[in-house]
Design a protein. Structure first.
Length: 203
């Protein structure tokens, strides 16, 4: 499934770059926002994600440094952008040089979100990757029988809140000393604030 903009916003179909043979179905319940400072154009992102052994670019939609919107995955195919959410979300990523974003990208992002809401459900939640990570961590902790839950709050992208939660995450990692927790420790160590305060421009 491809998105068809109702305005002059142009979306380039790059789904041919995805090897979808072994991918699971996706049933979107969330729109998850991301940002990257490292890959300014779609082909840069695609090259990196392929180097990880992925089937293609991990996000469904990517807004580049040059303000090109690329659709990398059909929305009915799983993403590779948020553990625990890849078969129930749409991943939307923006290039943000030095963590900053211009007004044009903000407007494009709002329009893309409106289009997605019109395609699916006007009430579909828009969440940050930061929030998705916390939710996934809490699920893992329950599965491992660890008596700890991190606060799942929308304001987790704000630096003070994120730093407080990150401190809790780091403390937990330090307390898990046996090898049975290696998997969850590896996940927890990857915790980052994505897309950070940029998220507030879109919600």
């Amino acid at each position: 499934m491809l998105i068809k903009p109702r305005t002059l916003l142009r979306i380039e179909d790059r789904t041919e770059t995805l090897n979808s043979v072994n991918l699971r179905d996706n049933n979107p319940e969330y729109i998850i926002l991301h940002s990257t400072r490292s890959y300014p154009e779609f082909d840069d992102l695609l090259k990196y994600h392929r180097s990880l052994g992925w089937a293609g670019a991990g996000y469904h939609l990517f807004v580049s440094d040059s303000n090109k919107v690329s659709q990398a995955r059909s929305f009915d195919k799983e993403g590779a952008h948020a553990l625990g959410f890849n078969t129930r979300s749409i991943g939307l990523c923006f290039y943000a040089q030095n963590g900053e974003i211009d007004k044009r990208k903000i407007n494009m992002g709002k329009e893309l979100i409106d289009l997605l809401k019109s395609e699916y459900n006007s009430d579909i939640p828009v969440i940050s990757h930061t929030y998705a990570q916390i939710s996934y961590f809490n699920k893992l902790l329950r599965e491992f029988g660890i008596d700890k839950q991190f606060p799942e709050v929308p304001e987790c992208v704000n630096p003070d809140v994120f730093d407080r939660i990150k401190g809790e995450v780091d403390n937990l990692v330090g307390s898990l000393t046996t090898s049975e927790y290696d998997k969850i420790k590896g996940r927890l160590k990857q915790f980052k604030n994505c897309p950070g305060l940029l998220f507030n421009y879109f919600v």
